[in-house]
Design a protein around this ligand. Structure first.
Ligand code: HEM
Length: 522
């Protein structure tokens, strides 16, 4: 009996302790005199995400709206406080001007135990700076020209696959473009013919799907920042699934060895990464385009040189190639899917894009060259508007590294607090984009852009941690769209479900169901 009472008392004390600790944690913004949304005791402001009722992107957009008219405000993920930044000038301060206070995303990754998660996106401090400087040379306009033929080959294949789809049969454009971007990134990052367009069940396509599958382990890692590495190992809570890790390690290892032994070079990322490993590329920083990119970066981080070097081992190289794959395929394929869906819903815009493609091709002997693609300005506007309405990476994450006083206020963001910018919230804000639900590429004429405040269009982020592959991503999407539209027109299939719903996940803003279209030859 006594034992039973002691046990009950223990449970009660535990509950009381938990209650007290959550309540205390939820006083964080009250104590700082910062506006915030009333949290739920357990889930904070994330109930809809935790119960898989909404995607994280939508939840942050809703919070962004509810915090109007404040420049910033507070929000909780369970107990964890996060500053949500709304004001464009403050966004500039955090992402660029005061970057030194917000230089990492607050993601823990352990080079020894989780080599595949030790990549540019997760890295911090001087090691990140050093690797970023090295990798900057991988994405310059000169390198994009080198990769252009690899991408057009994937575009041609895409067009052949579309050609084989029967006229009255609906198809899932989301899956089709995922196969195109898998092949594009496979050939550009790994130098491999991944054949996903021919074979929807190719190994790379399956691995690509696996990366974005919902995993409870990833959820725990998202919620539990600063998790001790001993626990990660003990509970196997790795960021990247071990099967995926082995697959990519093996691919990169064998390809690098094969190329080095047989003296093979190919104009792809892996070649550039191997050159970095062998230190043969840094001299090229003295060239024009690379020098400009590097100077801009060094200026933004307020540094003239970086103190420590990072050794480019095979593991580190594999992790970067993996990141290029993971960051590159789903973001671009969903952009393409959304773009084609909007073009079906807005047939005059679809006709206009096709007209531009035909006109540029006719004036260029029917050759799709790098310069011809650059001339297609209306297509750029359509892609820009797609990324506004559906920013795939819908939030920017930063960790405040040391106490930071928010300009023009008395508020101090304490060191180690998370900071978030809701890209989706800003892009759908009626203040900056009237009738924001409407798809209108004309928002991206030079005159219209000039009318908007800076830092209200952020699909690739901003500042020194901006997406390193912005040029490459835009080119991949544009080539995909050109090949999809050159010889075919599209309509929404009657099977397509509206309103469009998003995947209830913690990651990218992706459509939940397939995007079903019909195609006709033009
Ligand atoms: C439409 C396609 C893409 C979109 C919308 C996109 C968007 C983003 C965003 C929003 C960030 C965070 C920026 C910030 O925190 O300020 C990011 C970072 C990054 N992206 Fe992309 N991305 C795309 C494609 C790609 C591709 C194709 C690659 C690689 C081949 C790539 C590689 C990276 C890397 C390495 C980072 C981390 C940079 C760093 O921390 O230094 N992304 N991207």
């Amino acid at each position: 009996m006594d034992l039973c009472i002691s046990f009950l008392l223990l449970i009660l004390s535990l509950f009381l302790y938990l209650y007290w600790s959550f309540k205390k944690a939820h006083m964080f913004f009250e104590n700082l005199n910062v506006p915030y949304l009333k949290p739920n005791l357990i889930f904070g402001n994330m109930t809809d995400v935790m119960l898989l009722r909404k995607s994280l992107a939508e939840v942050y957009r809703d919070i962004y709206n509810k915090l109007e008219p404040h420049r910033f405000g507070g929000v909780f993920t369970m107990k964890k406080p996060t500053f949500l930044i709304r004001d464009p000038e403050l966004i500039r301060d955090i992402l660029i001007k005061d970057f030194a206070f917000f230089s990492d995303r607050g993601i823990t990754s352990d080079r020894t135990n989780e080599p595949m998660s030790y990549h540019l996106f997760n890295m911090k401090g001087d090691e990140w700076k050093n690797l970023r400087i090295k990798l900057t040379s991988t994405f310059t306009s000169g390198k994009m020209k080198m990769m252009f033929p690899l991408l057009t080959r994937c575009g041609e294949k895409l067009s052949q696959v579309i050609d084989k789809i029967p006229e009255n049969e609906s198809f899932d454009v989301k899956d089709l473009f995922a196969r195109y971007t898998t092949d594009a990134i496979g050939t550009c990052a790994f130098g491999l013919e991944t054949n996903s367009l021919d074979n929807p069940n190719s190994e790379f396509r399956i691995m690509g799907k696996k990366i974005f599958e919902f995993r409870y382990k990833s959820l725990i890692r998202t919620l539990w920042t600063n998790i001790p590495s001993s626990l990660v190992k003990l509970l196997n809570l790795t960021i990247v699934d071990t099967k995926i890790e082995k697959f990519f390690m093996n691919i990169v290892d064998t390809t690098v060895k094969y190329r080095e032994q047989n003296n093979i070079t190919r104009s792809d990322f892996l070649d550039l990464l191997i050159a970095l490993k062998n230190n043969t590329i840094l001299q090229k920083f003295h060239d024009g385009a690379e020098q400009d990119d590097l100077q801009k970066f060094l200026h933004q981080i307020g540094d003239k040189f970086v103190k420590s070097d990072v050794e480019m081992t095979n593991d580190l190289l594999a992790a970067q190639a993996f990141l290029f794959f993971a960051a590159g395929f789903e973001t671009s394929s969903t952009t393409l899917g959304y773009a084609l869906l909007e073009l079906c819903l807005n047939p005059t815009i679809q006709d206009e894009v096709r007209r531009e493609i035909h006109q540029v091709l006719t004036s260029n002997d029917n050759q799709l060259t790098y310069d011809a693609v650059k001339k297609m300005k209306y297509t750029d506007m359509v892609i820009a508007e797609t990324l506004r309405k559906y920013p795939p990476a819908a939030m920017l994450f930063r960790r405040c590294c040391e106490n930071y006083k928010i300009p023009q206020t008395k508020v101090i963001i304490p060191a180690n607090t998370s900071v978030i910018v809701s890209i989706y919230g800003i892009h759908m804000d009626e203040k900056y984009y009237t009738n924001s639900e409407q798809f209108r590429p004309e928002r991206f004429t030079e005159q219209e852009i000039a009318k908007r405040p800076n830092y209200t269009y952020l699909p690739f982020g901003e500042g020194p941690r901006v997406c390193i592959a912005e040029r490459f991503a835009k080119m991949k999407v544009k080539i995909g769209l050109i090949y999809a539209l050159k010889d075919f027109s599209y309509q929404v299939s009657p099977e397509m479900k509206f309103p469009l719903e998003f995947e209830k996940n913690f990651g990218l803003l992706t459509p939940r169901d397939s995007i079903r279209l019909l195609r006709q030859k033009v």
